[in-house]
Design a protein around this ligand. Sequence first.
Ligand code: SF4
Length: 347
Amino acid sequence: MKTNSKKDIRSMTKEQLRDFFVEKGDKAFRGNQVYEWLWQKSAHSFDGMTNVSKETRELLDANFVINHIKVDQMQRSKDGTIKNAVRLHDGLIVESVLIPTSKRTTACVSSQVGCSLDCKFCATARLKRMRNLNPDEIYDQVVAIDSQSKLYHNMPLSNIVFMGMGEPLMNYNNVLKAIDKITSPEGLGMSSKRITVSTSGVPKMIRKMADEKVKFKLAVSLHSAIDEIRTSIMPFNANFTLKDLRESLQYWYEQTKSRITYEYVVWQGINDSKKDVDALVDFCRFAPSKVNLIEYNPIDDGEFRQASNKAIEMYVNTLEDNGITVTVRRSRGKDIDAACGQLANKS
Ligand code: SF4
């Protein structure tokens, strides 16, 4: 594992960079120039900063590093989905995915190396959490996917979901800083309405986001609206109960007026009965919401198997009969293990 004792320049704010140059007897404006190279132009090296002098580049090189990610391996699925194995500066690997449709491309990005939560159906959970990603490491995943979107799909990246490895709300500050850069005109200038943070449901953090009136969308991986069942598949639910989650989501809606999406997989013998869908309908009544029923991708030959079409139909019909918007999401990139819950499946 290679480490570098020089400071990561992208951990500095623009003001700190301006101060650095002033301290070195240069103009504060130099800080703006370098900042633009680092974020808007995504420079990988100081040498590439062509409008700053050689002396400045040497000064930067003597004091800082740019800890850029590297796409180590790129796999392309038959359906156009791309999965990247992304190497971080300390040698750890995370994964990110580009999901294309005819009209748009979506980046699914990671927020942590591994995950501290323990969802039984998820490949990432087996890695355990090693560390949080820094804002620049999240930002770089988006930049890399934006380039792939232009190259392979002839359009810039249109949407981002935080649904890769890790629980984004367990790395809240860095995720927020990354979103700030992604949406800033000094970064990628993307609209926050095109960004969705998908959480397994951390009530305290949902309240915090609501208080901060964030502008991105919220999705919750619900998978069951019955405590006993949810705890059996998502054991942290024993601490963050559905009652707490529900109240935090009500609060979210009161503060933001932004509809919540529930991500939901129906598994055979686990949550495919009438009482499961009835509980979901009740849960959806607490705040305006819609349900995405996601096709499941087995991570091994274990206990989790996609429910029958009949069970999915029952979910769709019951939700629609109760006026709840529901979509059925077919999986993408299955052949390269890029589908939901599969990240890290073969790492
Ligand atoms: S589903 Fe999400 S929160 Fe649960 S273990 Fe996997 S990465 Fe973590």
